[in-house]
Design a protein around this ligand. Structure first.
Ligand code: NDP
Length: 257
């Protein structure tokens, strides 16, 4: 593993798995030059915990305003990050922000489908498009051959609920529509991205964090955010060409499409 400091950008970093990722990045993934912790409203009440963490690590954590459902906000975030990151770019982008609306098939409205697609698919797509020059700069700057997490990577957080193979069983147990449909689209977008990004030796891999006790996962979740992120970081650090474009769970096992 290279000991060169890396920079990491995480969306939806104000609570749940995103906030835990910022914490564990700082605790276990050094050396770091910057963690760009993005959320919709870094100065608002929902980002209190993130601000407290940023205060403890003012040289590393930089909070950035980014609404995944608003392409203009993503563009502005990319400009702000570029002005801070400079020529060394951004090594890792984690598209973590997502929305899980709960309506089943017949109650799912066009508006709900649009919000889910805009946040869960279009958001990560525009993030990759807007940050590509920073990822390319990081890949070049790393001076290491091949593909690896610390060189340059996009990690898109998906879910087992996106699996076509498991869909009948999953929908019977969790009858919600817009979320799994949008995450299945995220999977396809990410595989296409992996083909494009490979040309610049930038990884693009999908991770399922497990069923986690967060606002989204609920209290009946099987693991806590700490265990999930610890597992995902281990998997991220093990990524290489072979796992480019794959969908893996937090233990590193392949999830069937
Ligand atoms: P939470 O609901 O706890 O947190 C979601 C995060 O996404 C919040 O920070 C939220 O910010 C942010 N977010 C939502 N919409 C937007 C937006 N438009 N722009 C920017 N940020 C936004 O979810 P989790 O932490 O549990 O989930 C994180 C990821 O893990 C998601 O991609 C989810 O699909 C995935 N996942 C989670 C599972 C679980 O069991 N928890 C299982 C499988 C996958 P705000 O406070 O502003 O709303």
């Amino acid at each position: 593993m290279s000991s060169k400091p890396i920079s990491v950008l995480i969306t939806g970093a104000n609570r749940g798995l995103g906030l835990e990722m910022v914490k564990q990045m700082i605790e276990t993934q050094g050396p770091l030059s910057k963690v760009f912790a993005c959320c919709r409203d870094p100065d608002g009440p929902r980002a209190e915990k993130l601000r407290a963490l940023a205060k403890k690590h003012p040289d590393i954590i930089q909070t950035i305003s980014l609404d995944a459902a608003d392409p203009k906000s993503i563009k502005q975030a990319a400009q702000q990050v570029a002005s801070i990151a400079g020529q060394s770019g951004v090594n890792v982008i984690i598209n973590n922000a997502a929305i899980a609306l709960r309506n089943p098939f017949f109650q799912s409205t066009p508006e709900e489908m649009s919000i889910s697609f805009n946040t869960n698919v279009v958001g990560p797509l525009v993030v990759i498009q807007e940050f590509i020059s920073l990822l390319r700069a990081a890949a070049k700057d790393s001076g290491t051959p091949g593909m690896s997490f610390r060189k340059a990577a996009v990690i898109n957080i998906s879910t087992m609920l996106s699996s076509n193979t498991l869909a009948k069983e999953i929908y019977s147990r969790f009858p919600l529509l817009s979320y799994p449909v949008s995450k299945a689209a995220l999977n396809m977008m990410s595989v296409c991205a992996s083909v494009e990004l490979q040309k610049d030796e930038i990884l693009c891999t999908l991770l399922h964090p497990g069923w986690v006790r967060t606002d989204m996962g609920g209290q009946e979740g099987e693991i806590d955010a700490h265990e999930s992120v610890e597992g995902m970081l281990k998997v991220m650090n093990s990524l290489n060409e072979e796992r480019n474009g794959a969908l893996l769970n937090w233990k590193g096992e392949t999830v069937p499409w």
